[in-house]
Design a protein around this ligand. Structure first.
Ligand SMILES: Nc1ncnc2c1ncn2[C@@H]1O[C@H](COP(=O)(O)OP(=O)(O)OP(=O)(O)O)[C@@H](O)[C@H]1O
Ligand SMILES: [Mg+2]
Length: 392
């Protein structure tokens, strides 16, 4: 099929032996530059030129396309008509979101055997009919067709069909009733997510990233970790979505993958922006940014605030972790219902993730460990209010 022609091309040029790959170290190329991030829109610095590996590949780690070729059958292939009727002809009333990739609709599909209730899904349509749009669609299908973890959104299937206006590409996901973390942290909603739920979201998202970085035969770099890509299920379990920018990590003893810089302003690591050298530590930086968003309820970049408060990472520096003023960084919507001790630990962890030198940032498995301890600190000992009184 035309939609997977890339896959065949790539497979031709790639060895497919399944040897465990030597783990790479951290990026050797981190810089001390601060960032040049400006707005909060996604960007692609070269308008979607091909990305390239740092040097010729001689390693034999399994490739995502080879793994996908083995597992592709688990995905359902939908006809366009099926998805049209599932979404009431892409009705405005069923529209649940809009991103750089396209529009997302709530829909209802038949179960595989046609029995039982219809299944609620999210249907994402591809807006950009460009090569870059297609590559992102393909990456999403391939990565989510292969990856499986409780903290990654489940791709149910896809559609790739010739329609009236050329090839139509759609994606069908499990429906996440609580929308995104972005919606809850920054949206105009009356009830804020409580502290313990914020910790649960941080921990789950960290587990999802640790699985991508360290839990597979090949390393996956997510490249677009941000609050809008953390979706929440009915119990507020976090699930990472949007694998359109994901990349396979460096092979063999290589330290990084060289790429065109893509990602989202405010979340991308400064060393990655400056050099284009991508490592798992680029994701760790983005995770640190989201930790601060969880603590403060403020966006990484917010042009609607006074100039001195627009850049979250700059703003929080005024309130050092060990100082009495630290609690001023905390989201006022938490109404002091949190453990200040645990909050300090989260901020320390965030600072580690935001180390200028990529190699000094922790691995995601270490982040998971720390967050588990923070959950314990938060749950055990003094109740949040008592800690609040004690330390203020
Ligand atoms: N599986 C899903 N279940 C429920 N809602 C979803 C699902 N996938 C996406 N959405 C909703 O659609 C919105 C848009 O998602 P999308 O990933 O297209 O864009 P985005 O993440 O907001 O921005 P970007 O294009 O920069 O990633 C999400 O914020 C979320 O509210
Ligand atoms: Mg998204």
């Amino acid at each position: 099929m035309q939609c997977f022609s890339f896959l065949r091309d790539r497979k031709k040029g790639k060895k497919e032996q399944q040897n465990p790959r030597a783990r790479s170290g951290a990026a050797s190329t981190a810089t001390t530059s601060s960032s040049n991030y400006g707005t909060s829109r996604s960007y692609d610095s070269t308008g979607g030129k091909r990305t390239s590996k740092s040097s010729a590949s001689s390693s034999s780690q399994p490739s995502i396309s080879a793994m996908f070729a083995e597992k592709a059958a688990v995905l359902r292939v939908f006809e366009l008509d099926e998805l049209r009727s599932a979404t009431n002809a892409f009705s405005r009333n069923l529209k649940i979101g809009e991103g750089g990739f396209g529009t997302v609709y709530k829909g209802f599909i038949r179960s595989v055997d046609g029995k039982g209730d219809r299944i609620t899904v999210a249907v994402k349509t591809l807006k950009r009919r460009s090569m870059q749009g297609h590559k992102q669609w393909l990456a999403e299908v391939q990565f989510l067709g292969v990856l499986e973890h409780p903290n990654l959104v489940k791709l149910i299937g896809y559609c790739c069909e010739d329609g009236d206006r050329g090839i139509e590409r759609l994606l069908v996901y499990e429906y996440m009733p609580n929308k995104s973390l972005e919606h809850h942290l920054f949206g105009r909603i009356s009830s804020a997510i409580p502290w313990n739920v914020r910790l649960k979201i941080a921990l789950g998202a960290a587990e999802g990233l640790a699985y991508l970085h360290e839990g597979l035969e090949l390393q996956v770099i997510y490249r677009d970790f941000k609050a809008s890509n953390v979706l929440l299920d009915s119990d507020f379990n976090p699930k990472l979505s949007d694998f359109g920018l994901a990349r396979e990590g460096p092979e063999g003893d290589r330290t990084h993958v060289s790429t065109t810089v893509v990602g989202t302003h405010g979340y991308a690591a400064p060393d990655y922006i400056e050099t284009g050298h991508l490592t798992t530590k680029s994701d760790v930086w983005s995770f640190g940014v989201v930790l601060y968003e969880l603590l403060t309820g403020r966006r990484a970049l917010d042009e609607n605030r006074p100039t001195s408060e627009q850049r979250l990472l700059e703003w929080v520096k005024q309130f050092p972790i060990e100082s009495k003023r630290f609690n001023m960084v905390m989201d006022p919507r938490l109404r002091y219902q949190y453990s200040l001790k645990a909050a300090r630990e989260v901020a320390k962890l965030a600072n580690g993730c935001l180390s200028k030198l990529a190699k000094e940032r922790p691995k995601m498995s270490q982040v998971v460990e720390v967050l588990r301890q923070v959950v314990q600190i938060s749950e055990s000992g003094a109740a949040p209010r008592e800690i609040q009184r004690e330390e203020n």
